[in-house]
Design a protein around this ligand. Structure first.
Ligand SMILES: [Zn+2]
Length: 111
């Protein structure tokens, strides 16, 4: 049986790579994690065009703006700073702290 609630190993400001979908291969920084939807917002990934209404009072010109849209967490993998590639995430207790570790090199993934 598949687990529906998967532990979210991805946090804000993590570096992730898209492993499947339209933006496969892109890397970016996580701007926001939306655990309730199982999604993340990644910088420069899944850009969508959005119509913006002009608002002269706030000095906003109308037109088309590009904006990130959320992508499923299962479509991205955390990139290890040491390995420079997407890795599986392990969990370890170091002292009082719970840290995420790279399953390839063993280094901590926390910044
Ligand atoms: Zn690593």
């Amino acid at each position: 049986m598949e687990r529906t609630h998967k532990i979210v190993d991805i946090r804000r400001n993590d570096n992730v790579r898209v492993i499947t979908g339209r933006d496969k291969g892109k890397e970016g920084r996580v701007l926001r994690v939306i655990p309730s939807e199982g999604k993340v917002l990644v910088e420069h990934v899944m850009m969508v065009k959005k119509n913006v209404r002009p608002n002269p009072q706030r000095n906003i010109k109308g037109g088309i703006a590009e904006q990130e849209s959320p992508i499923s967490i299962s479509n991205v993998m955390l990139v290890c700073n040491s390995c420079q590639r997407p890795v599986r995430v392990g969990h370890e207790k170091r002292g009082d702290k719970h840290v995420r570790t790279c399953k390839s090199c063993g280094n901590t993934l926390e910044k």
